[in-house]
Design a protein around this ligand. Sequence first.
Ligand code: SF4
Length: 266
Amino acid sequence: MKPPATVTAIFDALDRHHPNADTELVHRNAFELLAATILSAQSTDARVNLVTPALFARFPDAHALAKAKQSELEKLILSTGFFRQKSKSLIGMAAMLVETHNGEVPADMDALTKLPGVGRKTANVVLGHALGVPGLPVDRHVLRVSNRIGVVKNDDPVKVEAQLCAMLPPERWTRASDALILHGRRICKPKPLCKICNVRPHCDFYRTGVLTKPINRKIAARVIKGKPGPQKEAQATPGPQKAQKSSGPQKTRIKKDARARRTKQL
Ligand code: SF4
């Protein structure tokens, strides 16, 4: 577990990396964001943004969507994948909104997760981005990045959400998730771009994974055990190029000395 000051430094660094982090799903209200988030499962935000203008022009609210014919809806959302299941979820979600919530999207986690096709991640997206209620959506990027940095050690999204929420004030939850998602998409990808990452000084993966590869194994083993710190290690371990350069002049000097000794002997 990292100390609170380190956690704050990590999320401050992520904020500086991604100052405009926000959901990339285009929406005008909570209903549109809810439908778009359901569509984004196993798809991309860019793909969803291509189909939602026509979808919301035809079905602008829960009352209209609840009456949709599945065959018509499937055609509109076809390119997002899993269109049969998604169209059932959309119609079911809209019908329940009409029956139970007067067509409005409830600002409540329990009520949201009762809607067809809506899990905690989707509910948190809508709460945090459209309803002004703090929520911390955990997707695969949040899982990967937060575990690599070492702020959590768990691959269960519900537990990771609870751990992250416990270490941050509620007003930072949604933004923290947005920043982790963008970081996972742009920098801490499956093959991470650690050289341009400003979270590096606090990242466990960088300290114990990336640095050990091209560098002295004995020093790497000491780093993994916690000594010396990352800075010291970086100083103590010049890259291979640097090492070759510095051995050049030394070799030349040895050759010159040998030649001088031979000349003296003659
Ligand atoms: S240092 Fe590397 S592994 Fe750590 S968060 Fe940055 S990109 Fe990811």
